[in-house]
Ligand binder design. Structure first.
Ligand code: CUA
Length: 156
């Protein structure tokens, strides 16, 4: 009956591994909060124009060299579409869509966000090089998709 004994040992080992595995998965899932980093803030897409901060879109000074840039995205525009940002400033960009899913990409940087109706997507960045940057929509959103652009000018 030696085989029986080994089977028991392996069975115990197997169940033990399963418990360890499930514990690790469970603990890490709950510890991480199981939420994507953005998409935490929801907004009524029909009321974007009257919901702060999107009722006054644009650049807002939040502190010494710290800004918030709130942009309303809709087919087929970014509002505002010409923004001046001081070089080296810490800028938190918040975007939301009034209609369909759009994109928010600034070529030459690592900025690339989805813009979804009902959600506020955010990221914080710093523009270290002065010059002109273009904001593009990189999600196909309809006939005017290719015309959806805006400009950021980073100034010294
Ligand atoms: Cu908006 Cu494509």
């Amino acid at each position: 009956m030696h085989i029986h004994k080994y089977e028991k040992i392996w069975l115990t080992f197997g169940i033990g591994c399963l418990i360890v595995f499930l514990t690790v998965v469970g603990v890490s899932a709950f510890a991480a909060g199981q939420q994507p980093p953005s998409c935490l803030t929801t907004i009524d897409p029909e009321k974007v124009d009257t919901t702060p901060p999107f009722d006054h879109p644009g650049l807002v000074k939040k502190g010494d060299d710290e800004y918030e840039l709130n942009i309303v995205v809709a087919a087929f525009s970014f509002t505002p579409n010409a923004i001046e940002i001081p070089k080296g400033a810490k800028v938190t960009i918040n975007v939301t869509s009034k209609d369909v899913i759009h994109g928010f990409e600034i070529p030459g940087t690592n900025i690339n966000m989805m813009v979804e109706p009902g959600y506020v997507n955010s990221l914080t960045t710093t523009f270290d090089k002065p010059g002109e940057y273009t904001i593009l929509c990189n999600e196909y959103c309809g006939a005017g998709h290719h015309m959806m652009t805006a400009r950021i000018k980073v100034v010294e």
